[in-house]
Design a protein around this ligand. Sequence first.
Ligand SMILES: *Cc1c(COP(=O)(O)O)cnc(C)c1O
Length: 466
Amino acid sequence: MRYISTRGEAPALGFEDVLLTGLATDGGLYVPESLPHFSLEEIRSWRGLPYAELAYNVMYPFVEDAIPADDFRKMLDETYSVFTHQAVAPLVQLDTNEWVMELFRGPTLAFKDFALQLLGRLLDYVLEKRNQHVVIMGATSGDTGSAAIEGCRRCEHVDIFILHPHQRVSEVQRRQMTTVQGDNIHNIAVKGNFDDCQRMVKESFGNQSFLGGKTQLAAVNSINWARIMAQIVYYFQASLALGGPDRSMAFSVPTGNFGDIFAGYLAKKMGLPISQLVIATNRNDILHRFMSGNKYEQHQLEHTLSPSMDIMVSSNFERLLFDLHGRDGAAVKDLLERAAKGPVSIEDYRWKHARKLFDSDAVDDKTTCDTIREIYEQNEYMLDPHTAIGVRAARNCRRDSAVPMITLGTAHPAKFPDAISESGLSVKPQLPAHMADLFEREERYTVLDNNVSEVQGFIAKHWKNA
Ligand SMILES: *Cc1c(COP(=O)(O)O)cnc(C)c1O
């Protein structure tokens, strides 16, 4: 399998190189040159498989040039055995033909564990083979940082430096990052905001000379193809559990960077019958505005009760735009260069095609809280604010009540206690047993000024073989 850039100029790469690369050299994102396609018969034969075996069937075509089958199987067994539910991604029923798929049974209680637990193992495997080392540098406003740290804590060939805005992430989120002990784990609290952190990461990827040529940076944000790949699997899992592929499914996906829902779109292209995909956003609704009016335009960032979806632009949307433009990299490059300067539209027939693929909705904080309360009153089931947005959008956009509607449950409510109390619930969300002592664990992080040379100097000094 070869991977090509959405902007058409960077060289095609194999899986190993795509894994270790962030952006393509032309500024684009890597996508597979072609997708595997599974027949209904083949998909049907996967019914009842344990999650890791299903994951193998869905993902192996993407990695087969780089990893022998047995090694990949072993990696997947290890990856999904750390989840605290035997089904890995269990379904919970909300109403007749309406479900939540709980994707928060991993070590950091958000769906990002599905991809980042695997990514850490993939990186270490490939780096061991190549006798190479990387430094992961990433910025986080919450969930990505902790999932990346958990995913890489046992990697021998990886040092990880995660920047978070000092005193601007929730205490649960901070502790999930700073209480993981390991010589290769470094948390940096930057005296600035999330954008400052992200800018420093971007600048460092652009010029890595501070590492003295002895190692290189690797990316763990959702522009990394391996993350998208791992998220395709649970769409198959949910479908098979509810009678697929002999009936089609609808999914509603709480969306920020368009990674998780793009994986659903790929599952459909790979042969899984999906009749509806709902893009669920919060007030940072660039995707909903595009889907409603064919205008892709950045607005000011708004801070919401669903912080993991607080974005101004949606980076993985570029991957969809590539397909909408018949995989014409030059057209995508032109469009996105214009989009960086002001609002853009696409040709009407392409936009109409996008509207056939996706429905969308934007949900504000008040309606998020109303939904948390409503579902709790109906079912005594507590949603986190991101999942609540998905459930609300699912109910608003649903087309056919005979088709099972599955909302991706992206986080555990205990990660967002403020949103739960704002919803007026009198019960508090409880952390699961394996994290019950989170507030007693020892924290370790370094506070640095909002200054890129200071941060780079810290990394240059503290990575393993520095
Ligand atoms: C990251 C995240 C999202 C958004 O996922 P994307 O792939 O960026 O669309 C939604 N909910 C939670 C809880 C998250 O951590």
